[in-house]
Design a protein around this ligand. Structure first.
Ligand code: AHG
Length: 339
């Protein structure tokens, strides 16, 4: 039997072999992974842990918070406060970044996270997850504010997500491929289960919330209508649809067997550029997907090239198998040109 490689061992080997991984970044990833284990335990207890249901509060986006949203946020904040690797954290659940308290040593990194993605699935026992992104804190900034987080996705030094499903899986990129670790619950360790995962360029599977169809823009309607037309339509093959409503679960399926995920702008809330947040959902997922050979755009531009303007900025998201993302993106650019 091949030797099981733990996350710790993988990170130490990366540090030795490639020298692109500073020790404090390695330790930061370990702290985040440990926090994900704690969240996994809380998710796994379900009703027995008293963690289901609404917290009775709202977050900065005006969304009702679940108890697990609040708990996961606290777990990530507490785990990262004292380690000495971070200058500040920003979260979907908090309006402003949280600096590391002065009693603790400060580090050189900024951590952004969506502590519990897919909150509507918590109470119905469907996979949810955590998404995170790591940036450098600009030099000479001792008390980072929101503006210091506003770096393009290309500046990310690490990104990852955990899916709390039948098994707990951690997916990580440090900019040299995307790697999958599965939590061995008996050992309490994440074990490397796929090194350098690759997303097939072609797929017959798409993920979109079809209930928004009447609100979509013309290029999205065209793209999805062509997929639905199947082998008799212009794409010449039948497509299947999946929609978990937890981005982590949909992206993980795409990472495992290919597919395309779309959350476009729509007319339901025309003032919002999209539903998903750039800094702690779209950027880390785009980094992970690109490092696995896939593509990620807004329908017009590469997500990782966007220059952020606000911490909680929203964007349209098209990501996954490269050839499908390319078609959907081309339809937007063609429509723009024809205007
Ligand atoms: P949240 O974590 O705030 O519940 O948002 C979930 C996100 C994303 O994970 C998922 O793909 C999408 O919202 C689902 O949106 P719909 O409910 O509109 O399908």
């Amino acid at each position: 039997m091949p030797e099981a490689i733990s996350l710790t061992q993988f990170l130490i080997e990366e540090q030795r072999a490639r020298q692109h991984l500073p020790a404090d970044l390695r330790l930061l990833i370990e702290v985040v992974a440990r926090a994900c284990k704690r969240i996994s335990i809380a998710v796994g207890k379900g009703a027995l842990g008293g963690v289901l249901g609404d917290a009775g509060t709202g977050n900065v986006q005006g969304e009702a918070q679940k108890k697990l949203d609040v708990l996961s946020n606290e777990i990530l904040l507490q785990a990262n406060a004292w380690g000495g690797h971070l200058a500040a954290c920003a979260s979907e659940e908090m309006e402003d970044p949280q600096p590391i308290p002065d009693v603790y040593p400060k580090g050189n990194y900024l951590l952004l996270f969506d502590p519990l993605d897919g909150s509507s699935n918590i109470d119905v026992n469907i996979s949810v997850g955590t998404i995170f992104s790591v940036l450098h804190c600009p030099d000479d900034v001792t008390h980072p504010a929101a503006e210091h987080f506003l770096q393009p996705g290309t500046a990310q030094v690490a990104a990852g997500y955990a899916v709390y499903g039948p098994s707990t899986v951690l997916v990580l990129t440090l900019g040299h491929g995307t790697h999958v670790f599965t939590l061995d619950r008996e050992l309490g360790s994440f074990i490397l289960t796929t090194r350098n995962v690759r997303i097939p360029a072609d797929t017959k599977e798409f993920a979109i919330n079809m209930s928004n169809r009447r609100h979509w823009d013309a290029p999205v309607q065209r793209y999805i209508d062509e997929l639905l037309a199947g082998r008799d339509g212009p794409r010449g093959k039948d497509y299947n649809m999946r929609w978990v409503a937890s981005m982590v679960a949909d992206v993980h399926r795409i990472l495992t067997r290919g597919g395309v995920f779309l959350y476009p702008w729509d007319r339901k809330e025309p003032d919002k550029p999209g539903k998903l947040r750039l800094m702690y959902e779209a950027n880390p997922m785009a980094f992970i997907v690109e490092e696995a050979g896939g593509a990620a755009t807004t329908g017009r531009e590469r997500i990782l090239d966007l220059v952020p303007t606000a911490l909680h900025q929203r964007v349209p998201v098209f990501l996954g198998s490269k050839n499908e993302v390319d078609v959907a993106t081309r339809y937007h650019l063609d429509a723009d040109e024809a205007r």
